[in-house]
Design a protein around this ligand. Structure first.
Ligand code: NDP
Length: 447
């Protein structure tokens, strides 16, 4: 088996040697899916995984725009259309200076499995730009988004590829992107998700990734006859996913101790309650400030500069910022401090070594492709509402989200339960996600 995995990975490394994040995502999948392929004749010998690691299409384009001082700026835009076997490409757009082909290929690859897990008909894609929205005026953001869409519009459409938000792309950016798409195509369609409520957006979409992550953590805890209620929770990030994960933890009776951004984290021993969270939402979403400013209103809290929050004692950890933010050493600290559950809100926030430590300790661990799938699932629900020209209530969407997270949990348990009863959610998510896409690819032939 090791031989099968290694020879596959050698080939992928040879072709993508300069793309570490993409290789990391492929290795994790290969190690769990290849043993399954080898045991199942319908998949064996068909090079299905080799086909799945090659994007169907990778588009890279120039984005030129003019900043407020009249200077011409040039950024690089991308869209990775990874796999369309089970539906139109679907996945977010990330605007962050670290964006490159490796990051977007890893995200698009993960997205294929994640979208398959949601049970909705969505293929996988991802895109974005190395544009840094931090410190830019609203007008600069608008000009950049318009320039970006003036090229991307050629490759997307409601039945082809439906982007959404991700790091650096929220409702404001989706608005500017949608405006330019609509102008260029002269049609009002559900080509983007995460839209505003008055122009085609779905209720609960902003909350969905964070809420879904906590619903998933709750499902995992239920397997141990436990619940979020009364648990102390450490959260990283203070953007969309972190904010709504915190909100749901509070609603379910947990205590939120930390939030962070790329400059450090805040620790509030008294707990970040609903009022304090409302302050953070205003600070981050409206004032676009830094998390350290929390201390100006809540001086009892601490700000720990340049660090991630994993050294704080907690029962549950929710990494909701970015990839590889939780390393082996952090995992060991969390474990020695008694953490019993880690549910990823971000994509690939834990390194391979950190995941191995969680598995070795046999704690509850959910990979992002399962636990953060609530966002794209609700995007799928937004697409359905757009097609039907109809709007579901907040309660209806939230119930559907809960059901989807519960179904994902069930699929992961079905494919991921080890002989000793421990649920390896990584294995479960990878195999369950793989089976549906692989079956569709086999049915459609070699295309
Ligand atoms: P936001 O842009 O709203 O927030 C990102 C947060 O993460 C900010 O607090 C940001 O801090 C922090 N962050 C970003 N990069 C780094 C870094 N290199 N080091 C430390 N902190 C960092 O993004 P989202 O909340 O939407 O996304 C967070 C994660 O969740 C990402 O991994 C994304 O792919 C994933 N995700 C998002 C979904 C969604 O629906 N939005 C769906 C599924 C997954 P700062 O402001 O300082 O940059």
């Amino acid at each position: 088996m090791k031989q099968n995995i290694e020879s596959f990975l050698d080939l992928v490394r040879e072709r993508n040697g300069h793309e570490p994040e993409f290789l990391q995502a492929v290795e994790e999948v290969a190690e769990t899916v290849i043993p399954y392929i080898v045991k199942h004749d319908i998949y064996y010998g068909k090079n299905i995984l080799l086909r799945m690691v090659e994007p169907e299409r990778l588009i890279s384009f120039r984005v030129s725009w003019v900043d407020d001082s009249g200077e011409i700026q040039v950024n690089r835009g991308y869209r990775v259309q990874m796999n369309s076997a089970i539906g139109p490409y679907k996945g977010g757009l990330r605007f962050h200076p670290t964006v490159n082909a490796s990051i977007l290929k890893f995200l698009a690859f993960e997205q294929v499995f994640k979208n398959s897990l949601t049970t909705l008909p969505m293929g996988g894609g991802k895109g974005g730009s190395d544009f840094d929205p931090k410190g830019k005026s609203d007008n600069e953001i608008m000009r950049f988004c318009h320039a970006f869409m003036s090229e991307l519009f050629r490759y997307i459409g409601p039945n082809t590829d439906v982007p959404a938000g991700d790091i650096g792309v929220g409702t404001r950016e989706i608005g500017f992107l949608f405006g330019m798409y609509k102008k260029l195509k002269n049609e009002f369609t559900g080509v983007l998700t995460g839209k505003g409520l008055t122009w085609g957006g779905s209720l609960i979409r902003p909350e969905a990734t964070g809420y879904g992550n906590v619903y998933f953590a709750q499902k995992m805890l239920e397997t141990k006859n436990d619940t979020i209620k009364g648990k102390s929770v450490v959260i990283s990030g203070s953007g969309n996913v972190a904010q709504y994960a915190a909100e749901k933890v509070l609603q379910l009776g947990g205590k939120v101790l930390t939030l962070s951004d790329s400059s450090g984290y805040i620790f509030d021993e008294d707990g970040i309650d609903a009022d304090k969270l409302a302050f953070v939402m205003d600070l981050k979403n409206v004032k676009r400030g830094r998390i350290s400013e929390y201390l100006e209103s809540y001086p009892n809290a601490k700000f720990i500069k340049g660090k991630t929050p994993w050294g704080e004692k907690c029962d549950v950890a929710l990494p909701c910022a970015t990839q590889n933010e939780l390393q082996e050493e952090d995992a060991n600290t969390l474990l020695s401090n008694g953490c019993i559950c880690v549910s990823e809100g971000a994509n690939m926030p834990s390194t391979k070594e950190a995941i191995a430590a969680f598995h070795k300790a046999k704690i509850l661990f959910a990979p992002g492709k399962a636990s953060n799938a609530g966002g794209v699932a609700t995007s799928g629900l937004e697409m359905t509402q757009n097609s039907l020209r109809f709007k579901w209530s907040r309660e209806e969407v939230d119930n559907k989200l809960k059901d989807i997270m519960s179904d994902i949990h069930k699929s992961c348990s079905e494919y991921g339960t080890d002989d000793d009863g421990y649920v390896d959610y990584v294995k479960g998510a990878n195999i369950a996600g793989f089976v549906k896409v692989a079956d569709a690819m086999l049915a459609q032939g070699i295309v």
